[in-house]
Design a protein around this ligand. Structure first.
Ligand SMILES: [Zn+2]
Length: 279
C-alpha cells in the first residue's frame, strides 16, 4: 500500500453549475474508473433534481448529504492571524451553527428527500464549513446521525484556528470514545477547494494549487496516508466548464495513478477500518 485518495464533492450551489458538475464529474470518473462521492444539500435536490437524476445510479458513485439549507452543525470561529481578511471580515470571522433542533430537522428532511427522489438510503454526511476536531465534542449530534442511519461523516476539516489546511495527521477514526463505534469520521485533509488554498496557503510547497496537490500526493504515498479531497459544484455550468475550471483535478488523478496511489470510496475505507476495529 502506498497512500489512498478519496474524491468527494459538495453539490450545494442549487444553480446551473450543478448540471455541468454532475456531467463532468461522471465523465471524468468513468474515464479513469475511479470512485467518487457527492454530498447533496436538500435545497439543491429540490432545485436541480432533473440534472442530478441521470447520474445518480452511476456505479462508482456514493451519495451523501450536506443538510437541507447548508446549515452549519457547529459554529465556526476563524482566526487566521495572518493580517488578511477572511470571508470579507477582519481580523476574524464567526459563522453561527444551527441549534440541535434545526440540525435534527434538516438532517432528517434531507435523508427523506434522497430516499424519495432517488431511492437511496443515504449513509454519509458532510457538515457545512467543516469543524476543528469534527464532532468529537458533540455526542448529541452523533446521536442524530445514528438515528438517521448515517455511518460515515466528513466533518473534521479545520485546524486549531478554525482555518485550513487540516493536517494529514488527522486521519479517519471511529467515534468510539463518544459512544458511537459504528460512525466513521473521514475528515477532509488539506484545503476544501482551490479557493481555500488561494486564501490560506503560505506557498511553501509552490506557487500553484497543483504544486500543493502534488506535494500532498508525495506525502500520502511516502507515509501511506488517506487524503480525502473536497471540491464543489462552483463555476461548472457545462461539462466543458467543469474540465476547464477544475483542470487541476484530472492532473491530480493522472499524477496519483503514476505514483501508484490507490483510489477508494468512503464505504471501502469504512469496511477496511471496521475489520481492523473488530480484530
Ligand atoms: Zn458546503
Amino acid at each position: 500500500m502506498s497512500g489512498t485518495l478519496v474524491l468527494g464533492y459538495d453539490v450545494e450551489s442549487a444553480s446551473e453549475s450543478t448540471a455541468g458538475f454532475m456531467a463532468g464529474a461522471a465523465d471524468l470518473h468513468e474515464k479513469y474508473d475511479i470512485p467518487w462521492s457527492i454530498y447533496l444539500t436538500g435545497h439543491t435536490i429540490d432545485a436541480q433534481k432533473d440534472n442530478i437524476k441521470p447520474f445518480i445510479d452511476h456505479p462508482l458513485l456514493t451519495v451523501g448529504q450536506h443538510t437541507y439549507s447548508h446549515l452549519l452543525l457547529k459554529s465556526v470561529y476563524m482566526q487566521p492571524g495572518d493580517g488578511k481578511e477572511i470571508h470579507g471580515c477582519f481580523p476574524s470571522c464567526f459563522v453561527k451553527g444551527g441549534s440541535l433542533e434545526q440540525c435534527t430537522e434538516e438532517i432528517a428532511r434531507t435523508q427523506k428527500i434522497i430516499l424519495d427522489e432517488f431511492g437511496i438510503v443515504c449513509k454519509g454526511i458532510t457538515g457545512p464549513y467543516n469543524y476543528y476536531r469534527g464532532l468529537v465534542d458533540r455526542p448529541d449530534l452523533l446521536q442524530v446521525l445514528q438515528d438517521n442511519g448515517i455511518t460515515f461523516s466528513r466533518c473534521n476539516g479545520r485546524d486549531f484556528r478554525d482555518c485550513q489546511p487540516t493536517p494529514l495527521t488527522e486521519q479517519p477514526f471511529f467515534y468510539t470514545d463518544q459512544g458511537f463505534p459504528d460512525i466513521l469520521e473521514l475528515g477532509i485533509q488539506g484545503y476544501q477547494d482551490d479557493f481555500y488554498w488561494e486564501r490560506f496557503d503560505d506557498r511553501s510547497h509552490g506557487e500553484t494549487y497543483q504544486d500543493w496537490l502534488y506535494w500532498m500526493l508525495e506525502e500520502i504515498s511516502k507515509k501511506d496516508l488517506i487524503f480525502n479531497l473536497c471540491s464543489h459544484d462552483h463555476g461548472t455550468k457545462t461539462k466543458e466548464e467543469f474540465y476547464t475550471h477544475k483542470a487541476w483535478l484530472e492532473d491530480l488523478i493522472k499524477r496519483a495513478l503514476d505514483l501508484g496511489i490507490r483510489f477508494a470510496g468512503p464505504e471501502d475505507i469504512y469496511q477496511e477500518m471496521k475489520k481492523e476495529q473488530v480484530a
